[in-house]
Design a protein around this ligand. Structure first.
Ligand SMILES: NC(=O)c1ccc[n+]([C@@H]2O[C@H](COP(=O)([O-])OP(=O)(O)OC[C@H]3O[C@@H](n4cnc5c(N)ncnc54)[C@H](O)[C@@H]3O)[C@@H](O)[C@H]2O)c1
Length: 504
């Protein structure tokens, strides 16, 4: 594999197209011209064009009861500059199995009411600003993936809010949708904005600051998970809560999915991190049980599905390679950090922190099992990794558990080939990824690992047939996509192992 280090360029992980990042950002003309074309419309600026912000911008551009002129803003960095260019060039920066994304994007382009920029001058035009940026947790882990310490890096978030305060109108509604430590809107966002306005000689009396978290689910119902789903909201005061509610009613189907108002922004911020901590802990809980199932010769999938017949136990999770993505890997830590740092507690949220720790170690367990099958040595083994993304049918590599497995395989001297139908360039590893499965399967491998549940690997007779044509190898399903029938067929030629299936 050829490693490609690119500095002053931003490469689209979707198309592989390279963009040169300009030295200075001045898009005043472009922004003024866009706004001038929509004199009757309110301007909504979405800060952050990532997996949430870009799709939220699409939803606002296709609002239900009011027409907005929408400007998406992001940073001119190698990770993000391509998203801005891509939106303006006609390629939406998120690929998912939801046909509504393409439809909404086409409609926004037809109406010409979506524009992207990296110039913060855009904030000066906004009636509403939606904050959809990242707020990262920095983890320090040892070689075993054991979480030793972590910190919440608030500096970039504060900088982003400051850039809004430097330009915004004094009566703007700033709606925070970023997942934040409870206490952030009241103790950090509001004071920064007030201070910025004060420095500009402006009153903050009309300023409105709301919080309403995203429950967006990348995948086949991406748009609906924003537009046709329940939302929780609050404001730092009554006027802010009212303005937030009024805006949400124009973009979300609130007749079918009524809004839930909570008493203050601390409550909505806590609701978000509690929701995600619950899910992360549910998975961590299953890690232990799936290992027990392997030791006891039990099929954990069968067991979980039997238990799920009880309505109260329907959301019991299944085992897998690990927990990935941006949210579940950090949100329990954001909550624990807030408890100690924003509310002065000396006790962390012990169980939530431990859940993250267990989940982070899952790729190590998966690797160790594989290693045990080869008497400790995976050197020179030809390995095909099917799936780089952390989630099925989506191109998102952030904190993918595949990374932990991949790095350990490379370290062990294996020759790893990557496939993912949705990823052309793996940003975090600076590696190109082959999208052509047919081409890759022309050669045999010692080990084939199914590491993501993309539909290309699920119920795929073609894949099974091709693998059956290969010399004997080790087929390792780390997420339970293979059916009993497929396992039976594959076992006529190969060794097959599925995580959590002690019955094989
Ligand atoms: N991805 C999900 O499924 C999901 C679901 C619910 C909530 N969330 C939350 O939504 C937030 C955004 O998540 P995401 O997945 O879109 O993250 P992301 O990393 O994909 O996108 C964040 C974007 O914000 C940009 N950004 C950072 N600082 C900026 C600034 N000062 N000005 C303009 N742009 C800036 C980044 O460059 C990046 O493009 C996070 O708080 C996340 O926890 C995510």
């Amino acid at each position: 594999m050829v490693k490609e280090k690119i500095k002053q360029q931003s490469i689209s992980p979707l198309t592989g197209k390279e963009y040169v990042i300009p030295d200075a950002v001045d898009d005043k003309e472009g922004i003024d011209s866009f706004v001038a074309q929509h004199p009757e419309k309110k301007v909504v600026v979405v800060q952050g064009l990532g997996f949430v912000g870009s799709v939220m911008a699409l939803v606002v551009a296709n609002a239900l009861t009011e027409e907005y002129a929408v400007i998406g803003i992001d940073l001119p960095t190698p990770f993000s500059y391509w998203k801005i260019q891509s939106i303006n060039e006609g390629v939406f920066p998120v690929i998912a199995d939801d046909p509504k994304i393409e439809l909404f994007y086409k409609e926004a382009r037809r109406k010409n009411n979506l524009y992207a920029t990296c110039d913060p001058y855009a904030y000066s035009k906004a009636d509403i600003i939606i904050v959809d940026i990242n707020l990262d947790v920095k983890k320090q882990s040892n070689d075993d993936g054991h979480l030793e310490d972590y910190s919440v890096d608030l500096a970039p978030f504060k900088k982003a809010i400051t850039s809004i305060g430097t330009y915004c109108k004094p009566d703007v509604l700033v709606l925070v949708e970023t997942t934040v430590p409870p206490g952030t809107s009241q103790k950090i966002v509001r004071p920064i904005l007030e201070e910025c306005l004060q420095k500009r000689g402006l009153s903050a009396d009309q300023l409105k600051t709301g919080h309403s978290y995203e429950r967006v689910m990348p995948g086949p119902k991406y748009i609906d998970s924003i537009q046709n789903f329940y939302r929780v909201f609050s404001g730092t005061d009554e006027a802010s809560a009212d303005a937030t509610e009024k805006f949400l009613r124009t973009v979300i189907s609130t007749n079918e999915y009524p809004l839930t108002k909570l008493g203050n922004t601390q409550a909505t911020e806590m609701a978000k991190v509690l929701e995600n901590s619950y899910r992360a802990m549910n998975i961590a809980f299953m890690v232990e049980w799936s290992r027990f199932a392997e030791e006891a010769g039990v099929n954990i999938y069968e067991v979980v599905n039997a238990i799920r017949m009880r309505p109260t136990h329907k959301n019991l999770m299944l085992p897998g390679l690990g927990v990935g993505g941006y949210c579940l890997t950090k949100d329990p830590l954001l909550a624990s950090w807030a408890k100690m740092n924003l509310f002065g507690s000396e006790e962390p949220l012990t169980q939530s922190e431990k859940g993250v720790h267990i989940n982070d170690q899952m790729p190590l367990f998966a690797f160790q099992y594989l290693q045990s099958q080869y008497e400790g040595s995976l050197k020179d083994k030809k390995v095909l990794l099917l799936g780089v993304s952390y989630l099925n049918d989506v191109g998102d590599t952030r904190f993918t558990p595949v990374q932990g497995l991949f790095e350990r395989l490379v370290e062990a001297g294996s020759e790893v080939t990557l496939h993912d139908p949705h990823i052309a360039y793996w940003e975090e590893k600076e590696l190109r990824v082959n999208n052509n499965l047919t081409e890759l399967l022309q050669q045999p491998y010692d080990i084939v690992i199914i590491s993501t549940g993309h539909k290309e690997y699920r119920n795929s007779p073609a894949l099974i047939k091709t693998l059956l044509g290969h010399p004997a190898s080790f087929v390792y399903d780390t997420i339970g996509v293979l059916t009993n029938e497929e396992i039976k067929e594959l076992k006529t030629k190969h060794i097959v192992k599925v995580i959590g299936r002690g019955d094989l």
